[in-house]
Every structure is written in structure tokens, then in C-alpha cells.
Design a protein around this ligand. Structure first.
Ligand SMILES: [Zn+2]
Length: 329
């Protein structure tokens, strides 16, 4: 390791990431690169530029790791020599049948099937209202009012359907590669019968919402709910504890990952997943009664909300845990 890299209590060795400037970011002066060694593997992760690489037993030194090592000052001839040795080991291992190519290094193959929205769904603003009776029109009006009230009217893709309980909901289609692969339908009226779920979800396995919208950002904001994700232009997990495939799908975007947890009890579980994966976490200084991005937007507006999320990014695992204890309760 180069001089100046320090061990942290969480098991990482951190220091200034040499890749930031190479990847078009400002040079790292805040020790946002981190490397973690374990028994048979290690990982490198930068919270600033999002550069990620590593090595595990049975593998050779890959292109990204080579780039990191040479930036650190390793002689390329040494890398080549070690790789030859690893190749020999690998071949010997293959014969012994010990090493199987580890699938986690490959991108997750996403195969979410296309689905239909509920019957007679149309975009809310373009609903053919001639076909609706008075009662249905009232419900449609209520759905529109809900979207306005929550500051979600900039997103034009809200749908509505007069079909059964959907009449009392606003429908948000889930797109992947511009095809509808699911939706959530949120209950609108103040009164909700006990057995009636607030969100009616139709989503594929290991779903991550809003991947299509991530190509323009350097930073991916991860939220728990889809409505929060819309507000901050981020992605959403389905639930507060994503599984390893969902995490991998987000990491496959190859960007800086920042979790914006819900500031309630369950938020702590999501924070733990983030820390385990080496993601950063944002703790914006919002007032106490604000639990998520949706609340914040109503109070502060969208621009201010996104600005505070991006300005309140914490990358140090110990600090993240302390802040989570104080804020997620
Ligand atoms: Zn970096």
C-alpha cells in the first residue's frame, strides 16, 4: 500500500483514491478510497469516483485491478509475472476441479418479463373521461389531486384505471429498457379499509426501480420507496433489505452508490446492507418529522431536497453507524 493509507476500525484501509482524477473526478483529498483484505479475497472501492475492483482466490489480476496497481506504482512486469503464476495455479486447480468461475464478477443478467397494467389504464392527464360516470370521475380527480399534493406532477407517467380497487389508486408503471415490467398502485383516499394494502405491487423478482434513468448521473441515490426514487432521480429497492442480486444490479451501474435510508426504525437494516456493501449513506439535516425524500419535497421542494442529499454523504463506516443510530429510530 502507498504511504498515508490508514487502517480503520471497520476493517478497511483507506486513503486518497488515485483513480478519481483518471476518471474525470476531482482528485481525492479526503481518503475516499478503501481496500479490505479477507482470507481469500480483497476488494477495492472508492466512494468518490465509484471505482471498484478486487481479487479472489482462483482468479487472475483483472484489467481494472491492473489499472489500480500500476497507478499505485506497481511494475507491470511484476503483475504479468504474478498473473502467470496464478494462471498455473488456476490450471492446476481446474484439473483438480476445485475452481469454478465465480459468477459474482459477471453482470447480473436481467430478464424481467413485460406485464400489462390493470384493465383500462391510461395516463392520468389523457384519460378518455367520456366513458366515466360521476363516481369514477370523482375518483380520477382525487388521484390527480394526490399527485399534485405530493409534488409528483413533474413525472408525467402516472396512470389511472377505473377497474375495481385501482379506481382509488394512482398507478406508477415500472419500466426496464422502456418496457413495462411491473407497477405499483398507491391507495389515495384518506380512509383505507384494514385489509386494503397501501401499495399494490406487481414486480419481477430482484426488481430495482428506475434503472433506465441512471445513465446521466455519476452518483446513484438508492431509496427504499419508488416515490422517493422519483423525487431524487434515484433507484428504489423493493423493500428495505435488498438481496445480494439487487445490490449487484445497482453495483453493475458502476457509479458512486449513496443510500438515502428512511429515517425510521426499519431504515437501520437498509443502512447495514449499505455498510456491508461499501456504499456511502446520506444523512441530510432535515427536520425531525421528515422521514423520507417524499416528505422532504413537500416541505423544501425538489431542488433543495436533492441538493441536501448530495451534500450530506457520509462514507466512513463508523460515522455511518453512529448517524444511523441517531437518525433511524
Ligand atoms: Zn476514486
Amino acid at each position: 500500500m502507498p504511504a498515508g493509507w490508514k487502517h480503520t476500525p471497520s476493517g478497511w484501509i483507506s486513503g486518497n483514491c488515485p483513480m478519481c482524477s483518471k476518471r474525470g473526478h476531482n482528485p481525492d483529498k479526503r481518503g475516499r478510497g478503501g481496500i479490505r483484505f479477507e482470507d481469500d479475497h480483497f476488494q477495492y472501492n472508492c466512494f468518490n469516483c465509484g471505482f471498484k475492483t478486487g481479487w479472489s482466490d482462483g482468479r487472475r489480476i483483472g484489467g481494472k485491478l491492473q489499472e489500480l496497481l500500476t497507478t499505485f506504482g506497481t511494475d507491470p512486469a511484476d503483475i504479468q509475472r504474478v498473473n502467470l503464476e496464478l494462471l498455473r495455479e488456476q490450471e492446476a486447480g481446474d484439473i483438480a476441479g476445485q475452481y469454478i468461475e465465480k459468477p459474482k464478477e459477471q453482470k447480473v443478467q436481467i430478464d424481467w418479463p413485460t406485464v400489462q397494467l390493470p384493465p383500462n389504464s391510461y395516463q392520468i392527464g389523457e384519460y378518455p373521461t367520456k366513458e366515466l360516470d360521476k363516481k369514477q370521475l370523482d375518483k380520477l380527480a382525487l388521484a390527480c389531486a394526490y399527485i399534485m399534493k405530493r409534488g409528483l406532477d413533474f413525472c408525467e407517467d402516472w396512470h389511472w384505471s377505473p377497474h375495481m380497487h385501482f379506481a382509488n389508486r394512482v398507478i406508477l408503471p415500472f419500466y426496464y429498457k422502456r418496457k413495462i415490467v411491473g407497477y405499483t398502485a398507491r391507495w389515495v383516499p384518506e380512509h383505507r379499509p384494514d385489509a386494503m394494502p397501501k401499495y399494490y405491487n406487481q414486480m419481477p423478482k430482484n426488481f430495482v426501480y428506475n434503472l433506465d434513468k441512471q445513465d446521466k448521473h455519476n452518483t446513484v441515490i438508492v431509496t427504499e420507496g419508488q416515490f422517493d426514487a422519483i423525487q431524487v432521480g434515484g433507484v428504489a429497492l423493493a423493500g428495505n433489505t435488498p438481496n445480494s442480486i439487487q445490490c449487484k444490479i445497482i453495483e453493475d451501474l458502476d457509479k458512486q452508490i449513496v443510500l438515502l435510508p428512511d429515517f425510521d426504525k426499519s431504515g437501520i437494516d437498509t443502512v447495514n446492507v449499505a455498510v456491508k456493501n461499501g456504499w456511502a449513506v446520506s444523512f441530510p439535516e432535515w427536520e425531525d418529522d421528515i422521514k423520507d425524500a417524499s416528505d422532504a419535497v413537500i416541505k423544501y421542494g425538489r431542488l433543495f431536497t436533492v441538493k441536501t442529499v448530495l451534500e450530506s454523504i457520509e462514507t466512513n463506516a463508523t460515522k455511518i453507524k453512529i448517524l444511523a443510530k441517531a437518525r433511524c429510530r
